[in-house]
Write a new protein. Sequence first.
Lengths: 185, 165, 127
Amino acid sequence: MIDYLALYDKMRDNNIMLTFKGEVSFELINSVLKIMEERLDLVETSKKTRKKVYNVLVECLQNVCNHLETGEYSTENNLNKNALLIIESDKDNYHVVTGNHVAKSKVDMLKARIDEVNASDKEHLRDLYKKILDNGVFSEKGGGGLGFIDIARKSGQKLIYHFTNVDQEVVFFTLQIDIPRTEND
Amino acid sequence: MAEKKQLFATEIQVLEKYQALSNSSEASKEDVDVALKDLCEHYEDLLDQSKLITKVSDKLQNKLNTLNEALGQKNTELQLTIDELTKARLSRKAATYTLLLAVLLFFISEGVLDPIVEAFTNNIWVTMGVKASLALLLKPIEGVIEKYLIKMAMKKTAEVVLAAA
Amino acid sequence: MEKLYIDAKNNIPLIDFDPSSGIMLLKGRSTPENSVEFYDPINKWVLDYIQSPSNETIVKIQFEYFNTSSSKCILDLLKKFADIHKKGGNLKIEWYYEEDDEDMKEAAEDYSDIVKVPFEIIEIPEE
């Protein structure tokens, strides 16, 4: 039996603007965007910040959607197309978090890709993007890590990730992007 | 600037009239008193007008900003929809290719495969079995074609994004 | 005196001035490139009308939006109508705004502050 009041309080204290668990479809993305459009309009006065949060949200959702559709990081017989989405805010930042299950065997590749993106500046990101497109990497399953580059470019922030063990084969991967709330606009 | 000149035609007339008066050395006290009163009235009018049109202009600017933001968001939603539609279109394309492949396989099976199989066995179940396995292959083949087409489309989009950056 | 009727277009409002009934309707959008050109004949008509206005003149205004130069022309127009009131005649201005259009409501209030005649600001449902 869930303590609903505690949950409510926790969500309020952490300023959770939206949470979702389920399949990330095109319709879902549209719905989330519509809700966040309105919420951001109410709480955020800086147009620049609103725009940034919105754009980062689009990229993160598309990223997780692609991962699940192509099964790029999934286990062999993975039927789990469900993901977690949380958007929260504190006085300094907005936090956009997506989470989904990945295969333990793919963790290193995932880490390497994100680390490379985090270590790159704007110029380097461009080159990386081009490299992925030109290489055969793109012709494998999935987007080859382009999604992470899109997120990095749109947010201008480091991608923060966590891996939590689930069982022998599966790990829960969360990706967090912090977007600072600018004071002036 | 011709339009702006006509917009304030009355005000310009008033100004010119009283500038002439102020420059002339023959103005009587009464003339000046009347002129001052009139000028004050016009000045007040002009001030009211300026306040009004500044407010109007500010509001229009605000409206523009809001619409701009909404436009940006609509654009994003539009792009997502276009991507979905493209996927649907490519899915149909893949189905069409697979259908053509099926027809081709049919002819090949009739013309080439049958004689070969019959040379080895008369068992109807074998011939049926061969045809059935070919038929079953069609679905996965369609899946592969669809994934490939979507991949190519995504690559194209990514290249556009890169070029625009 | 003849009626004055100008069909509304993308950037000019509907003008329907009836000298016999005294109902003067301005409705739509006013963003012509040359506002002076558009409002000049209307001004002339009004100058003519106020020589012998109808028993009661009601100016009904319903703008979706107007650009800055139109705002001055509209003010000038309303001031001309206001002469009827100054001369002791019966004049009323009714400014309609759609609910949620705070900007238009405020604009109407600004106009009523400058044009000192019986002025009614009326909210109508969104069209």
